[in-house]
Design a protein around this ligand. Structure first.
Ligand SMILES: Nc1nc2c(ncn2[C@@H]2O[C@H](COP(=O)(O)OP(=O)(O)O)[C@@H](O)[C@H]2O)c(=O)[nH]1
Ligand SMILES: [Mg+2]
Length: 312
């Protein structure tokens, strides 16, 4: 049996190997993704993002346990864009999720920046597809939410939970606009700390000003993940968002937009690679640079000429 057939039959080893192939860009990675593509699109993908130490792993662990009790199978992709480590699981996360790692119905995988940051969002999306094809009902993507590349990672999610904590000083200043936009649900974790109510009030105010969110006003939950407080309520909120997505047609719209942008990214990547390979191996690239330096040509003329040649 090949790796995809084994994965579809439920092999954890095959699932793990498929993700490794994608992560390390092995030669068989494309063939694997091609074969499993028809089996994707079934899982509900939940993004968990927020600053480092906010309690994302603890929260994911607690959420996963409740979904497990409902009989759902779980995949977790823990992405750390600041870590060069990948494979197995980032140590801290594995310790925080150690009960889960013993559960056959849960598959946890960590990914770091083994490639470029840009490549990381594609690889994360592929890892999600692999777990999806393997039959996981709910897939979590846990990632640090600070910059644009991390926001890109969470774009593979249907429902995004933004985790915030009180006491980060100038609370609302610390919340980047980007992170506010991607949040479908907000969780103020470490609500046992001082300032949770104030943070909620400030967040409420900002969300009320956001007209784009008229149809679905992101609810704010308070949690103490380490004690399991507020987790049932958070699940109810997430499930409410899942229902809203289905009933409003927004799920279909989001998935169409995602399919489109993934295809565009792939086309760009391949055309780029193809054209650059051809002009650099033929020495044309050097000639072009020389011509530009002598001001014999301008870059726009070169690109127009190149494009015409390739379209012929
Ligand atoms: N006081 C308090 N500590 C928490 C809470 N949730 C998580 N922690 C602790 O915060 C630390 C970071 O948690 P972790 O889940 O690794 O955060 P992550 O970096 O966002 O994944 C750990 O020591 C947790 O035990 C909470 O609600 N209250
Ligand atoms: Mg974590």
């Amino acid at each position: 049996m090949d790796i995809v057939a084994e994965l579809l039959a439920g092999s954890r080893l095959a699932l793990s190997r498929a993700i490794t192939a994608v992560e390390n860009e092995y030669e068989n990675a494309t063939a694997i993704m091609q074969k499993l593509y028809p089996h994707t699109g079934r899982a509900h993908v939940i993004g968990i993002t927020g600053p480092p130490g906010a309690g994302k792993s603890t929260l994911t662990d607690k959420l996963a346990k409740i979904y497990r009790r409902q009989g759902k199978t779980i995949g977790i992709v823990a992405v750390d864009p600041t870590s060069p480590f990948s494979g197995g699981a980032i140590l801290g996360d594995r310790i925080r999720m150690n009960e889960l790692t013993l559960d056959e119905g849960v598959f946890i995988r960590s990914m770091g920046t083994r490639g470029s940051l840009g490549g990381l969002s594609r690889k994360t999306a592929d890892a999600v597809k692999i777990m999806d094809a393997a039959g996981k009902d709910i897939i979590f993507i846990e990632t640090v939410g600070v910059g644009q590349s991390e926001v890109d990672i969470v774009k593979a999610a249907d429902t995004t939970v933004v985790v915030l904590v009180p006491g980060l000083g100038d609370d609302i200043q610390a919340i980047k606009a980007g992170i506010l936009e991607i949040g479908d649900v907000f969780a103020i974790n470490k609500a046992d700390r001082e300032g949770a109510e104030r943070l909620k009030a400030e967040l409420d105010m900002m969300l009320d000003l956001d007209q784009v969110k008229a149809e679905w006003r992101p609810p704010i939950n308070q949690t103490v993940a380490s004690q399991g407080t507020g987790i049932e309520e958070l699940i109810a909120t997430i499930d409410g968002h899942i229902d809203y997505l289905a009933a409003s047609g927004e799920l279909a719209r989001r998935r169409t937009a995602r399919t489109r942008s993934e295809l565009i990214a792939l086309i760009e990547e391949h055309i780029n690679r193809h054209v650059l390979k051809q002009i650099s191996s033929s020495g044309q690239l050097d000639e072009m640079v020389a011509s530009l330096e002598k001001r014999q040509e301008d870059p726009y003329a070169i690109v127009t000429r190149l494009l015409a040649a390739f379209l012929r």
